[in-house]
Design a protein around this ligand. Structure first.
Ligand code: SF4
Length: 431
């Protein structure tokens, strides 16, 4: 939590939607939330003003729930649908939207995050907390005209570069913040490389089997760019961008370690041409030896993705093909051996992460692996789909409480949402 957060004077009123998707605030009933598999009452300090760039959804086939202030009972609104907020980047959801699913429900919700949201004093309030002051993905920072013009200009300058065309598609079709920052010549730029993956994540955002009935928000890159194509884009960005970072491992690809030899050649090529900025790898960390080799040859930072530090909960979601949970810890150690920055890309599902068993497992992972940062990321998945992977939900302590306990246990650990740039890394690692 960065600057002092603003909270409402009371629990906001609940929101509900009609069949047209028109959203209304209830004149009396209060907003309630979901934690794990439970519907829970909320407190004013659980809410912050809705951050700009947040999307508000109505949830078909899911009935709205609210607290009747007179009976103090949580009640279902018969013919009204639930509403949820997909909070903007840099903010972590602390409670999910609460609803009663209709027995006739046919479809899963798309791969977004669904936080509880209410209305009070003429504005929306959401159960979330800002965990990173960095503005790189704040929606008021983008100028699509500049993005398009620079894409056109670079396409003429590098007509043969297939990776440029792929990133240009992501910036102009998916409005990917990292791709758009590349074309606005600043901050963190994407370097997708891998068509395949050695995990089978339930909620994979780049590939979904037909059987799930869920559409993946992005399509995977269908070629492996050459080290030269990668270096051409990376060197230009590292040399001209403020706080420059180039990152392998994007939402529009599989696992970059599946083509780690290409990454190694690219990293060597890049570092031959510039020493500026940070070369980062977002990864499932399944190949510790590859991580060792990459960090020995110029990779500055890695980000290890996990939904849990508990092996069985990790396996239930990631369904690893040819690696094990222990490989994540070994990759962390190998990177730290080379004084590389290691972030945990920690997917937050309120009611599943914030429990004693998870805290113990995460404590062990951090104590043994010595990562440098934890990124408290929102888990983009249909809450019931994820919860259905587990018979029961643990006793929850609350996400903000959990964050504070990890902060107190590991005062050296950097907390945030985004991959940090050179300034923060140098300060923290005394490089
Ligand atoms: S590791 Fe990434 S690309 Fe691979 S299945 Fe999981 S989400 Fe998809």
């Amino acid at each position: 939590m960065h600057e002092k957060e603003e909270h409402p004077t009371q629990v906001p009123y609940m929101l509900f939607a009609d069949t047209e998707g028109q959203i209304y605030d209830h004149p009396e009933y209060q907003c309630v939330g979901r934690s794990g598999k439970d519907t829970v009452e909320l407190k004013p300090e659980d809410f912050i003003p809705l951050p700009e760039g947040t999307d508000i959804f109505f949830l078909p086939e899911r009935k709205a729930l609210g607290l009747n202030p007179e009976s103090q009972e949580i009640e279902e609104l018969e013919d009204e649908f639930a509403v949820a907020a997909f909070v903007s980047p840099a903010h972590t959801q602390t409670y999910l939207s609460a609803y009663q699913t209709s027995s006739s429900r046919k479809s899963k919700l798309p791969l977004f995050a669904y936080a509880a949201v209410g209305w009070l004093d003429d504005r929306f309030w959401v159960t979330a907390t800002r965990v990173d002051p960095d503005i790189r993905q704040d929606c008021d920072q983008f100028d699509q005209k500049v993005v398009k013009n620079n894409f056109k200009y670079l396409s003429k300058k590098w007509p043969e570069n297939r990776l440029l065309q792929h990133i240009g598609h992501c910036a102009t079709v998916y409005f990917c913040p990292a791709a758009r920052n590349f074309f606005q010549y600043r901050w963190e730029a994407p370097l997708p490389t891998a068509p395949k993956c050695n995990a089978r994540c339930i909620g994979c955002i780049s590939w979904q089997p037909k059987s799930t009935g869920v559409t993946s928000p992005q399509n995977r890159i269908d070629f492996v760019p050459s080290p030269e194509e990668i270096a051409q884009i990376a060197v230009a960005h590292l040399n001209r961008a403020p706080n420059p970072i180039v990152s392998f491992g994007q939402g529009c690809e599989g696992e970059p370690l599946m083509v780690w030899e290409t990454l190694l050649e690219a990293v060597k090529l890049i570092r031959k041409q510039t020493t500026k900025g940070i070369i980062n790898l977002n990864t499932n960390a399944s190949k510790p030896e590859a991580i060792d080799e990459l960090c020995a040859n110029g990779l500055d930072s890695i980000r290890i993705s996990m939904n849990s530090a508990q092996k069985d909960i990790y396996n239930a979601y990631y369904r690893p093909v040819d690696y094990s949970f222990e490989d994540l810890l070994q990759s962390c150690k190998n990177a730290r051996k080379h004084n590389a920055w290691v972030s945990l890309n920690y997917f937050v599902f309120p009611g599943f992460n914030d429990c004693d068993a998870e805290e113990q497992a995460l404590t062990n992972f951090i104590s043994e692996g010595n990562p440098t940062m934890i990124q408290w990321r929102n888990f983009n998945i249909d809450p019931e789909w994820y919860a259905s992977l587990f018979e029961t939900a643990p006793k929850a302590m609350g996400i903000k409480n959990y964050m504070q306990r990890i902060r107190e246990k590991f005062p050296h650990l950097y907390h945030g949402y985004f991959n940090p740039g050179e300034e923060i890394i140098q300060k923290f690692l005394e490089r």
